[in-house]
Ligand binder design. Structure first.
Ligand code: ATP
Ligand code: MG
Length: 446
């Protein structure tokens, strides 16, 4: 993309309404524009990042066996009356009437809708397990929408719903989602810690929230430091191996990690040696939950088991805050110049900065690099504006491209261009060919 042809409405000033870094940086980098309180338009740069996150979430959901579907945003109130949640949900639910005076609502979540689908489509234990998910906009009329996309009213969520014959099998489905969340968040460049969450009507320990640690997080969290250092890394995962899935969940839940709602100071002190006790703030980016027959019973969603008896489905739901993640990743990865994108979600992998636009040699070198890198499938932003070098650097640092290629007459005289890494700040002078090879290797085209 040539910057002169793009739509990148950056701002130099710090917007007064933004209280935290990610909100400030998303506005300054021209990623979003507020439409009304807690409701945003996604501008080109922000939309690219949102789509990159979505792609990774899709890949990892499907790798873990979940099947993509798409349910509507507008739901009928009658569906929610069946579960008893229409009245219980309260003022966070946006209630609408259609022209026939029927009560409708903008979905804050989809348990009712998916249970109705499962009821109609699942007949026998042989149809199970099934896990259906979608990535769809939700609306919750939050009392205090704030921090930009972190606590919006309209927000994008991945929500998956598993259906099993009994609790034991539901636990297997739960474990697959648990493990896939670890992998998903690692791919997004995040260190997410699963923490014990309120377990609802069923009890037991099949409810976890995944949080990233960040000073601006809304929840207070208490954890054993060892958990903050655990990673899956590159290891292969076999989602069909129930024992492996259970073992991984075991490793990640062996040490103390709870949010303030579940925190027990005495247990924290008893279980965690003092030097490993961490009290911090966290951002909830995912929430997984086994709810048993809570929805299948009122909806009469049952299947025939191996003995020929009709039994209610056992369900779980699994959410990821896809739009919140855009802010969450920035909270976890920025400096005073701007955003530092992990390569996996960066809107552009490489920025090419022409120090002297209009200089025949510099222009030609930039055009050639722009074309060669683009031909390898690397997303390149070419800053071809007629602007001072300082302004160009400020822009590419603000929008956080992982790699910066600086091209100018002085370097070209020596036969070199400069390659800079946004995260480490390291720079290196090398020939255009060497640079192309380096980036080809970096992005797996080597
Ligand atoms: P919170 O405690 O932050 O209000 P929640 O527990 O009500 O969230 P869930 O119902 O668990 O939210 O929704 C699944 C995920 O959707 C959350 O883990 C979070 O990442 C995201 N999410 C929830 N509410 C919002 C919101 N208002 N704006 C952006 N993302 C949200
Ligand atoms: Mg939650």
């Amino acid at each position: 993309m040539r910057l002169t042809r793009y739509f990148l409405p950056t701002m130099k000033e710090t917007p007064a309404e933004a209280q935290i870094a990610s909100h400030r940086l998303m506005l300054r980098a021209g990623m979003i524009r507020q439409a009304s309180a807690g409701i945003y338009s996604w501008l080109p740069l922000g939309y690219k990042v949102l789509k990159n996150i979505e792609r990774i979430v899709h890949e990892e959901q499907q790798r873990a066996g979940a099947i993509p579907v798409m349910m509507p945003t507008i739901q009928s109130a009658d569906l929610w009356r069946e579960s008893g949640r229409y009245d219980a949900y309260g003022p966070e639910m946006l209630r609408i009437k259609d022209r026939g005076d029927r009560d409708m609502l903008y979905g804050p979540t989809n348990e009712e809708q998916i249970t109705e689908i499962a009821k109609a489509g699942l007949k026998s234990y042989r149809d199970l397990p099934v896990n259906l998910y979608h990535i769809q906009w939700k609306f919750r009329d939050e009392v205090r929408p704030r921090f930009g996309v972190m606590r919006g009213r309209e927000f994008l969520m991945k929500d998956a719903y598993s259906f099993d014959i009994d609790r034991e099998n539901a636990e297997r489905s739960y474990n697959r989602m648990f493990v896939s969340y670890l992998r998903t968040f690692e791919r997004l460049g995040l260190k997410a810690v699963p923490m014990r969450a309120e377990s609802g009507p069923i009890g037991g320990d099949m409810a976890h929230e995944f949080l990233i640690l960040a000073e601006t997080g809304e929840s207070e969290v208490f954890l054993d430091r060892t958990l903050a250092d655990l990673t899956l890394g590159e290891r292969g995962l076999d989602y069909a191996d129930d024992a492996e899935m259970a073992a991984i969940r075991g490793d990640w839940t062996a040490s103390y990690a709870r949010t303030e709602d579940e925190h027990d100071a005495a247990a924290f002190e008893a279980e965690v040696p003092e030097e490993r006790r961490v009290t911090a703030r966290g951002i909830e980016i995912g929430h997984i939950f086994y709810f048993g027959t809570k929805y299948s019973e009122p909806f009469g969603a049952s299947v025939v088991n191996a003995e020929g008896a009709s039994v209610p489905l056992h369900g779980g739901s699994y959410g990821i805050g896809v739009s919140r993640l855009v802010g969450g990743i920035i909270e976890a990865s920025h400096d005073d110049k701007g955003i530092i994108w992990p390569e996996s979600v960066a809107p552009f992998q490489v920025a090419v900065v022409n120090l002297k636009q209009g200089d025949a040699e510099s222009d030609a070198a930039c055009e050639s690099l722009y074309e060669r890198l683009g031909a390898m499938g690397i997303e390149v932003l070419y800053d071809d504006r007629n602007e001072r070098a300082g302004g160009k650097f400020a822009t590419v640092d603000l929008i956080g491209c992982p790699w910066k290629v600086v091209v100018g007459p002085r370097g070209l005289k020596e036969g070199t261009v400069e390659l800079g890494n946004r995260r480490t700040g390291e720079t290196e002078n090398l020939s255009a060919d060497a640079l192309v090879n380096r980036l080809a290797a970096q992005f797996g085209h080597g």
